[in-house]
Each structure stands twice: as structure tokens, then as C-alpha cells.
Design a binder for this molecule. Structure first.
Ligand SMILES: [Zn+2]
Length: 349
């Protein structure tokens, strides 16, 4: 696809000035908004999300913000005709088709859900306790699901938006969830202990949360094990998350920690030694999450005292004493899938 020169227009969702690059056929353009991130939408007539502007602004902020997804690991949201996407963009891994349903489903439906999503967003941006974050006013509006558009489609004025911001920030302050320092152009937010606690509680007790984080060594030799684990998780009714399928740069530790925080429980396969995997499991245990440990029988029963391997035993031998937990020992990959599914149903439900 060829692109023409960059132009500046106003983002239809958040109102920031942004750069756009039209495609040569002038049907769609790539938008680069500082609040919404990168997205693709129709040049004219205006895009399909016209009646969902506020919802789309918040969705894009969370989906496309570079702080959530490092620049080259994030994706571009495509909003428009599915057939055009299939013909022009589907082959690009970094461009994702976003449907109206996905945007509607993302938007919080209750007050409690809205507060949770705001806190979760702040936690992700902060990364760790004590780290303050700075958001522009426009970013804050998207992050806190503030309405820019009124009931009858009219643009809210400054005063109306300010009232909404004040209401939400007051609630968060009164509950000791966060503090806000408003400057001329941006706001400095610090998440407090109560805020972090609420996030932990939410993630631990959420029965609808089906995400399972899988910690293991990823290499061509472990592909079959990965697939067996995936099958076992799916069979038990959960949704597996493999870090390398979600983010392609393993250095993004905050992103990884976020995925673990948002998961219901974690599976650690220790057949192939991997220190990162132990670290991930330790983090999950620290958050009070369940960790299921698995290991192949071959490795589990291997004798590491033999002369040729004993000097390396401390590197090769799995650490069976992880939090004194019982280990799921599997014979082969079919056995792993079957046992894992049974264990998940018995331990998690
Ligand atoms: Zn925008």
C-alpha cells in the first residue's frame, strides 16, 4: 500500500490535533493521535464509529496508548469495512480489525466496573507502587470514560466536562484510591495503597476472569508442550495467554506483570529450565494467585547425581520446591492435556 504526504486534522474521537497519512486510493487513512494512538479509518464518509465516539476514544486510549503497548509491539486499530480490511490489511499482523461489538463490550457498563477499569489503567501506566503518572487532560478524559458528547449528540462544553472529571476524581480521592495534582496542561496521578489493594481484590475474586498466564521456556523444542498446555486449559473452560503471542518484545516487564496481575491463575511448566518463568510464578504467588506446577516424568525422575551431569545439576534440575507445592507430573503430551484439565477443574473450579 502506498501513502501520500502527511496532513494535520482533528481526531474525531478525542479532539486532539493529529497527523494523518491517506492511502493512495483516498478511501482510508492512518491516523496518529497522541491520545488515541495509531488507527486506520475511512477518509469519507466518516467512519462507522460515529455514534460511538466516546466509547471509541476510551477504547483507543487503552488499546493504542504507547505506554500500554510499546510502540512497535502495539497494534493499529482498523475501523471500517471488514471486506476492505480483509483485502488490504489482514496480512499485516500489526493491524487489527475492531468491530463495534468489541468497543461496546469494552466500555464499562456499571459504576463499579468503570472505577475498576480506571484503577487498572492507572496501575498499568504506573507499573509499581509509588510511581506517579502524568496524563494530558485529553488522556485523562479518555482514561476516566468522561463523556465528550451529550445525550443528543451535542459536544459537551468545558464546564460540563470539568464537572464530570471533578466527580470521578473526588470519588477516587475520598476512597483513598488516588491523589490528583492538576497543572495547566496535565495532571499528575498517584495511586495509593487502597487503590492497589482494590485492584488485587478485583482480580483475585473475579469469577468471570478466564485468563490463564502460562510460564515456561519458549523454544522450538517446547512447542508440543505448549500446545498440550493450551489444550488442557481450553478443555477446562479457560483462556491461555502465552506472553510471546501477546507481546513480541520480552523485555517489556511492566506489560508482562500486568498480564499476570490480570490473570485468574498461572501455570508453570518446569520441564525446561527457565528462570524468567520462576520469577513470573513467584510474582503470581505474591499476589495470592493460584499456581499450578507441571513437569514431565522424564525430567522429574531423572537422576542428576550421575557424574556427567552432576556439575550442572543446579542449572538443569527443576526447582521442585517452588512454594512446597504439589507438582503435576505428566507422561506424555496427551497425559499433560488430560491431567491439566482435571487439575484446573479441581483446584480453580
Ligand atoms: Zn484521538
Amino acid at each position: 500500500m502506498f501513502y501520500l504526504e502527511t496532513k494535520k486534522i482533528i481526531c474525531p474521537f478525542c479532539g486532539s490535533e493529529m497527523n494523518v497519512q491517506p492511502s493512495k486510493d483516498y478511501v482510508y487513512h492512518i491516523c496518529e493521535c497522541s491520545t488515541c494512538g495509531h488507527y486506520v479509518q475511512k477518509v469519507y464518509p466518516t467512519n462507522a464509529m460515529d455514534n460511538l465516539k466516546d466509547e471509541t476514544a476510551s477504547f483507543l486510549f487503552y488499546a493504542g496508548n504507547e505506554a500500554f503497548h510499546e510502540k512497535f509491539d502495539g497494534y493499529m486499530s482498523f475501523m471500517g469495512d471488514k471486506s476492505y480490511y480483509d483485502n488490504h490489511y489482514a496480512q499485516h499482523h500489526s493491524v487489527r480489525y475492531i468491530s463495534e461489538e468489541e468497543i461496546r463490550a469494552f466500555y464499562p457498563h456499571t459504576f463499579a466496573e468503570r472505577i475498576s477499569k480506571i484503577l487498572l489503567g492507572f496501575a498499568t501506566l504506573a507499573g509499581f507502587w509509588g510511581n506517579a503518572i502524568n496524563l494530558t487532560k485529553n488522556e485523562l478524559i479518555s482514561a476516566m470514560f468522561i463523556k465528550r458528547i451529550g445525550k443528543n449528540g451535542e459536544q459537551m462544553n468545558e464546564e460540563q466536562m470539568h464537572q464530570q472529571i471533578a466527580a470521578v476524581t473526588e470519588y477516587l480521592k475520598r476512597n483513598d484510591y488516588a491523589t490528583f495534582g492538576f497543572g495547566n496542561t496535565d495532571v499528575r496521578i498517584t495511586l495509593l495503597a487502597e487503590g492497589w489493594k482494590r485492584i488485587d481484590d478485583l482480580q483475585r475474586s473475579d469469577d468471570n476472569n478466564k485468563k490463564v498466564f502460562v510460564s515456561m521456556a519458549f523454544n522450538p523444542g517446547t512447542d508440543a508442550t505448549r500446545e498440550a498446555i493450551r489444550a488442557g486449559i481450553v478443555e477446562a473452560g479457560y483462556s491461555p495467554e502465552f506472553i510471546d503471542e501477546i507481546i513480541h518484545n520480552h523485555q517489556i516487564v511492566p506489560e508482562m506483570l500486568r498480564l499476570i496481575r490480570e490473570s485468574r491463575f498461572l501455570i508453570l511448566d518446569i520441564t525446561d529450565p527457565n528462570y524468567g518463568a520462576y520469577y513470573e510464578a513467584g510474582y503470581a504467588l505474591g499476589l495470592g494467585k493460584e499456581v499450578i506446577i507441571s513437569c514431565s516424568k522424564e525430567v522429574f525422575t531423572k537422576d542428576y547425581t550421575a557424574k556427567e551431569v552432576s556439575p550442572y545439576a543446579k542449572y538443569l534440575k527443576p526447582h521442585f520446591d517452588v512454594a512446597q507445592k504439589q507438582t503435576l507430573v505428566w507422561d506424555d503430551h496427551n497425559d499433560l492435556t488430560k491431567k491439566l484439565s482435571e487439575w484446573i477443574k479441581a483446584i480453580i473450579g
